[in-house]
Ligand binder design. Structure first.
Ligand SMILES: [Mg+2]
Length: 315
């Protein structure tokens, strides 16, 4: 605390000198001096300060005004201000607290009082700063945790947990807004064979590459999640079955164009996709995320049975 940076503000240089001497005598040597309100504000904007000892009675910008401007500044509002003044009226005291001062020292300044109030202000500031930084750490930790909980580690896409929360919310919105809501379930064809032939690292590369292709071919407001294994779910808000089919076909074609090179071998792979849509006129018993997933899943298996590398639409 002794290395705290303290700004002494007083239009009387002798008064500044006296306070500075007192602080130095107690080991507070990191001091700065300003002889006007304008200079005080200029220094506060330029230097990092831990405390300001502020004279109230100054020409032009007085202590009240300096304090008011500090407290209104989003970068400076948290510097503690102790007012130092000869005016011992309770009105001055009230006004000082009103503009944001945290304490009050009367002139002529008494050494013990000065040091006691300085230390107290610095302690309060220190524990406030610690609390603030703990809070920020907690918030960061929470955000990290939230991200880890909702992200698929391999592909970086959202995971199945996030998917269910998301589609639940969208189905709720559908009930109110009645925009068509489409869901595509996609599954890499013969993925087991890729794994068995080339190994799991190549399988992983296929999944990762697929994730990148999906993101490139979707609109900003579409969601793609890894549903599990080599299966992916795409939620397309405000998208009818025809538009959903267009998106599915675009994804199918983009995946078909991909290659992975392992030494001399070039691996190509394909995807099958099933599309289902909640249409605005859907009967009540159809308005559920489970039912939508089930219909898209059935369409996906129809695409597989139909010969793979194709899309199918739910009935
Ligand atoms: Mg003065």
């Amino acid at each position: 605390m002794k290395n705290s940076r303290i700004l002494i503000v007083d239009d009387d240089p002798n008064s500044c000198f006296l306070i500075e001497r007192m602080l130095h005598s107690e080991g507070y040597e990191n001091t700065l001096v300003a002889n006007s309100g304008a200079e005080a504000l200029e220094i506060a904007n330029r230097e990092h300060l831990d405390l300001i000892l502020l004279d109230l009675m100054m020409p032009q910008i007085d202590g009240y005004e300096v304090c008011r401007r500090l407290k209104q500044n989003e970068h400076l509002w948290d510097i503690p201000v102790i007012v130092v003044t000869a005016r011992k009226s309770s009105q001055a005291l009230k006004q000082s607290f009103d503009v944001g001062a945290i304490d009050y020292i009367a002139k002529p300044v008494d050494l013990i009082e000065l040091i006691a109030r300085t230390e107290s202000a610095l302690r309060t500031k220190k524990s406030y700063d610690e609390l603030l930084s703990q809070n920020q750490n907690l918030e960061r930790l929470n955000r990290d945790l939230e991200r880890v909980n909702t992200t698929d580690e391999l592909t970086g896409l959202k995971n199945v947990r996030y998917f269910w929360g998301y589609i639940e919310t969208e189905v709720k919105k559908f009930r109110r807004l009645k925009y068509p809501l489409s869901l595509i379930m996609g599954d890499i064809d013969d993925f087991k064979q890729i794994n068995d032939t080339y190994g799991h690292l190549v399988g992983d590369a296929v999944l990762k590459q697929s994730g990148e292709i999906f993101l490139k071919n979707l609109r900003d407001y579409d969601l793609v999640a890894r549903y599990g294994g080599e299966e992916f779910a795409f939620v397309l808000v405000n998208t009818d079955i025809n538009e959903g089919a267009v998106v599915a076909e675009k994804i199918r074609e983009a995946i078909g164009r991909q290659e992975i090179r392992i030494g001399d071998a070039v691996i190509q792979y394909t995807i099958s996709l099933g599309v289902a849509t909640l249409e605005p006129k859907a009967p009540e018993e159809h308005i559920s995320s489970y039912f939508l997933v089930d219909r898209a899943d059935k369409a996906l298996y129809a695409a597989k049975r139909g010969g793979k590398n194709r899309i199918a639409l739910a009935d």
